[in-house]
Design a protein. Structure first.
Length: 745
């Protein structure tokens, strides 16, 4: 009997009605309670973890789990260093009153930076426990060992003392980052696929999401907004809204308009009943010429991210060279569940429950917006509907805070679908120019590229300027909290004798921008890996072997060879497009390689596609990924991240693009901003390359950077057409095929 896979299940269940029954009797009891504030000084060990008398370890992490599984992985890291069973650890994450500030949850830093900090804290706790155990047992520390939450005499296992009995008023020591860490050769938890701690309750429906959270006396609110960017609130008529059963009041502050009601549905009905007059904002750049507009905007600065040799002289003297331009559309997070937050302003203090990935940063941002001191604001993280960057969560939190302060009651603020799709921050557009040449041996001897990117100031230093709120002048998050990454991976990951890579930082974008998964790196890598593929064709070389010729890093070569082996890459048939096939649906495959930030995780990917030459529709059938993120903490967790990243990015590559007319955003729902459906999900094949004893790097943002070029290169392999502007919609494919035919005539 053949195994019945999840894919088979989804296919079969899609044809009929799937009925699943859960019991929600215990849900109300699972709502998070507000813990008492505690010391959050990063220098103090007690800020990071505590141990109760029963040996239960509580870890206080400034990072949060956005559905990525880091809650489980970080607990593994701590348990490993502390020699305690995994089930003895509980994680408190993202509560500004109880957890140290570990910077934002993003940038592939949750494990690499956040996990490293927790590892050092746990190692310090281990040494403190060993010292206390030596005092308790009256034995030298050298004669003691640690296991399962006990300090034990090496020569007599019956002589032992439990951790819980050693910690009274806390550790009361400082964190020493020179403490000796446990050897990877002794790992018992790290490297194992321990099941994620959040999954069971998510399956049964008992998991307390942000959207489920309630407070006594809580009211419900909706903000009424215009889809016209830059429009002003001129007037409103709430006479019909007042007739809605449950209507309480309207809150207005400049262009900020919200309706408050006693129930969720009453808030929705009242928001729809209010008649609002908005002024029309200034027109956005014409959609058809957005890339030309983008490259002609004033620059904040220009800098070289790679400069080797004399590129211009080599290019000028070369006869075998090509040029290309690549574009990446404006996209939005399109979180499946719209953002939500709850705020409670009481006795001059504000507490907000939020799904923000940057709760500590939001203390400052809300301080600017509300006028309250940072110290009087507390952010508590609760899992939201998922985000890969800052979507609408922060806006919804600010919305809730403003309304709660205005009415003096706890407020639940739920966004609508059009709020999330149309008005949440977007990724900025990207356009990139390339030129390169080959020497007489078919090697790249000159490489030149120009990247027109949003400046760090626009895209990152002011991620929450809240133009939607228009409630106050807003400032910049505290210095050092945000760093621009958009230039990363602009430098090619290969060794070229002559290379010049310029990043041109556009001073001001026309839509509010913030992080969207793999910011900057995904666009830059798409262009780099598409163009190196074009150079391979110019050299009449196999694209995989061509890349290997230009790589010297053994780990890079290993990951390339691994994906070639995994996908059964055929070097004899990968260079000739199959466009002359008489078949209407043509198959192709493409390859792509990235070292994230050119400094951490290595990924190589092969994508298999089917191109319908009549409709222009692309279907990605299979994706093969070889992945080296150093020391793997939780293999199953890494697989989760790789597979999720592949699926989301296939969606971004094939169909996602924000559209507008004049100053109005037209992408407001799933019809106007479609995303990948279940029956379009490719099969993902993965090979993990573990590197025990090396640093543990991120796994969430890396694979997505390889997907766009792998698909683009596979399309060329199928039909001989280069797709250089994302998304690769059917209309775009048909247009590219038409232009290709025109050129060949």
């Amino acid at each position: 009997m053949n195994a019945f896979t999840r894919r088979d299940f989804l296919k079969s269940s899609g044809a009929g009605l799937l009925v699943v029954s859960f019991s929600f009797n215990s849900l109300a009891a699972n709502y998070p309670t507000l813990a008492s504030p505690k010391n959050v000084d990063r220098a103090d060990l007690d800020s990071w973890l505590s141990i109760d008398k029963n040996g239960k370890v509580t870890v206080y992490a400034g990072k949060v789990d956005l559905g990525t599984g880091v809650k489980t992985a970080l607990a593994q890291i701590v348990g490993e260093e502390l020699y305690v069973p995994f089930n003895h650890i509980q994680m408190i994450m993202g509560d500004t009153a109880t957890t140290p500030d570990q910077w934002i949850t993003g940038g592939a830093l949750s494990i690499m930076q956040g996990g490293s900090e927790l590892r050092f804290a746990a190692a310090n706790a281990r040494e403190a426990l060993l010292k206390k155990g030596a005092e308790s047992l009256k034995k030298p520390a050298s004669e003691l060992t640690l296991k399962d939450g006990f300090v034990i005499a090496k020569n007599d296992p019956n002589v032992k003392v439990a951790y819980g009995s050693l910690i009274g008023d806390g550790f009361q020591v400082k964190v020493d980052n020179k403490v000796k860490l446990k050897s990877y050769q002794d790992y018992e938890l790290v490297g194992k696929s321990i099941p994620r701690v959040d999954i069971p309750e998510k399956v049964t429906g008992e998991f307390p999401y942000m959207h489920d959270f309630k407070l006594p006396g809580m009211v419900h609110a909706r903000v009424i907004r215009s889809n016209f960017i830059g429009s002003k609130l001129e007037s409103f008529d709430d006479s019909e809204a007042k007739k809605v059963n449950g209507f309480l009041q309207v809150v207005r502050k400049n262009n900020f308009l919200a309706v408050v009601a006693s129930s969720e549905w009453a808030a929705v009905k009242a928001s729809r009943a209010i008649k609002v007059n908005w002024s029309k904002g200034p027109d956005l750049p014409a959609k058809a010429t957005v890339y030309e507009h983008w490259r002609n905007l004033p620059l904040a600065k220009e800098e070289a991210t790679q400069k080797v040799g004399d590129v211009q002289s080599v290019l000028s003297g070369s006869t075998k060279k090509i040029k290309a331009t690549y574009n990446f559309a404006v996209q939005t997070h399109a979180s499946i569940g719209p953002s939500c937050a709850v705020a409670d302003f009481k006795d001059g203090k504000l507490t907000a429950w939020s799904a923000s990935q940057a709760t500590h940063s939001m203390q400052h941002e809300l301080s600017v917006i509300t006028g309250l001191s940072k110290e009087s604001i507390r952010l508590v993280y609760l899992d939201g509907s998922g985000c890969y960057g800052r979507n609408g969560h922060e806006d919804a939190t600010a919305d809730a805070a403003l309304v709660s302060m205005a009415i003096g009651k706890p407020v639940r603020m739920q966004w609508m679908r059009h709020d999330e799709t149309a008005l949440a921050p977007k990724s900025p557009p990207r356009t990139m120019d390339f030129e390169a040449s080959l020497d007489d041996k078919g090697n790249i001897n000159a490489w030149k590229s120009d990247f027109y990117i949003a400046s760090n100031e626009v895209a990152f230093m002011k991620p929450l300027n809240f133009p939607l709120l228009a409630a106050s002048d807003t400032g910049v998050p505290r210095p050092g909290n945000w760093v621009g990454f958009l230039f990363q991976n602009s430098a090619a990951p290969y060794a070229f004798p002559n290379a010049l890579v310029n990043t041109k930082h556009v001073a001001q974008t026309f839509l509010r921008s913030s992080h969207l998964r793999s910011p900057g790196r995904i666009e830059n890598s798409f262009a780099n890996e598409s163009f190196v593929d074009e150079m391979a064709v110019l050299a009449n070389a196999d694209p995989a072997e061509f890349r290997l010729k230009h790589l010297s890093d053994p780990r890079a070569i290993h990951v390339m060879r691994a994906v070639m082996n995994l996908s059964k890459w055929d070097t004899t048939s990968s260079t000739t497009p199959k466009a002359r096939s008489n078949a209407n649906i043509v198959k192709g495959r493409g390859i792509s390689y990235v070292r994230y930030n050119n400094s951490i995780t290595y990924v190589a990917t092969v994508a298999d596609v089917e191109v319908n030459k009549t409709t222009g529709k692309i279907r990605v059938t299979d994706v093969f990924v070889a992945h080296d993120c150093g020391q793997i903490i939780n293999p199953d967790g890494v697989l989760n991240q790789i597979e999720g990243g592949v699926i989301q990015t296939v969606s971004r590559v094939l169909m996602e693009e924000v559209k507008w007319t004049g100053s109005e955003i037209n992408s407001v729902d799933w019809a106007t901003y479609p995303i990948l459906r279940f029956n379009e999900v490719p099969k993902v094949h993965t090979r993990l390359i573990n590197q025990p004893g090396t640093p543990a790097w991120g796994a969430g943002e890396q694979t997505p950077t390889t997907i766009p070029a792998a698909i683009a290169n596979a399309i060329y392999n199928a039909i001989g057409v280069r797709m250089r502007s994302i998304p690769f919609t059917p209309e775009a494919v048909k247009q590219a095929m038409k232009e290709q035919i025109s050129k060949s005539v």
